[in-house]
Design a protein around this ligand. Structure first.
Ligand SMILES: Cc1ncc(COP(=O)(O)O)c(C=O)c1O
Length: 325
């Protein structure tokens, strides 16, 4: 086949070229009457419908460059679904086999989508006493054990989003840089949930490097404020993908100026308002992020731009109580 040159056209060589460059939308309806202005980065516009496509692409391309991943190789990852879906998109285009190891506590939509994209889904039963639809630290430990076993057995490349510095770099080079450009350097505050901490650390680094007075706030489940140094009352919460009640290895407290605890109820209420009043259909962690941003907007210096992310879409939670019939 002749080499194609699409550079001067509107044609993208593959769906991977559609990752990133997501819109930043002002929430001027639900945040009106507050001194601060809330801006939401719509990450469900990515091909895998979440913010994790960005790290999937960077992790795979960095592994290709370093030789850790060879043509036709096998990729394995522990995932709550979004990273797995991002990896499945990247592996489909690049011809790698993907094994996604996930907890039975994650929603069924996530598993089905992974399978549709050609991944093998390895489901790990939840810890005793766990609640269906909620993934705790105990559940995550079990998924980690199984991922390690399979990585050794198969000699696979483990993407390892919890330790891989490419995770933070992806957000520093893309998400954070885009926020800076889209606000023309006027962003005052970034606020967001922490799972692996890749999103938070990458964006915080990108923004603070450019202007040291940008303030950053981490969102945690109200019942498990471990980063804030609070009392962990209950590790079971509904904010899938975030708040694992452990300090993630990629976390660096020097880049965080404060913490907000958000309850399941608050995250759900705000996700529903976001859908009805702004026409933006996000998941639980999007609700938590916007709830936190609204709180900060209430006490902000007038005109402050407060940025947060819509990490994924409500479509990934249709089997949960987020948007009931
Ligand atoms: C829905 C959702 N929200 C938030 C996060 C947290 O992002 P990070 O792992 O970059 O801290 C994730 C991570 O998987 C996620 O899937």
């Amino acid at each position: 086949m002749a080499e194609r040159d699409d550079r001067s056209t509107g044609i993208l060589p593959s769906i991977l070229d559609a990752i990133g460059h997501t819109p930043l939308v002002a929430l001027d309806r639900i945040a009106r009457d507050r001194p601060g202005r809330v801006l939401l980065k719509i990450e469900f516009f990515n091909p895998g419908f979440s913010i994790k496509d960005r790290i999937a692409l960077k992790i795979i391309e960095d592994a290709e460059r370093s030789g850790k991943l060879k043509p036709g190789g096998t990729v394995i990852e522990l995932t709550s679904g979004n990273t797995g879906t991002g990896l499945a998109v990247v592996c489909a285009v690049k011809g790698y086999r993907l094994i996604a190891v996930m907890s039975e506590g994650n929603s069924v939509e996530r598993r089905r989508m992974l399978a549709a994209l050609g991944a093998r889904v390895e489901l790990v039963p939840q810890a005793a006493g766990a609640r269906s639809g909620q993934v705790s630290k105990e559940d995550l430990d079990l998924v980690d054990q199984r991922t390690e076993e399979l990585t050794r057995e198969l000699g696979a490349f483990r993407a390892d989003q919890f330790h891989n510095p490419s995770n933070v770099e992806a957000h520093e080079l893309t998400t954070g840089a885009e926020i800076w450009e889209q606000t023309e350097g006027k962003v005052g505050v970034f606020v967001g949930t922490v799972g692996t901490a890749g999103t938070f650390m990458g964006i915080a680094r990108a923004l603070k490097k450019r202007r040291s007075d940008v303030r950053t706030y981490a969102v945690e489940p109200a019942s498990a404020p471990i980063l804030a140094g609070g009392k962990v009352v209950d590790t079971r919460h509904k904010i899938q993908g975030a708040g694992y009640a452990q300090v993630p290895p990629l976390w660096d407290p020097a880049f965080c100026d404060g913490f907000l605890g958000i309850s399941d109820e608050e995250a759900i209420e705000v996700a529903r308002r976001l859908a009805r009043e702004e026409g933006i259909f996000g998941g639980f962690s999007t609700g938590a992020n916007v709830a936190a941003a609204l709180r900060l907007a209430s006490t902000a210096v007038p005109g402050t731009l407060i940025v947060t992310t819509a990490n994924d879409t409500g479509l990934k939670y249709l089997s949960t109580d987020l948007f009931p019939e």
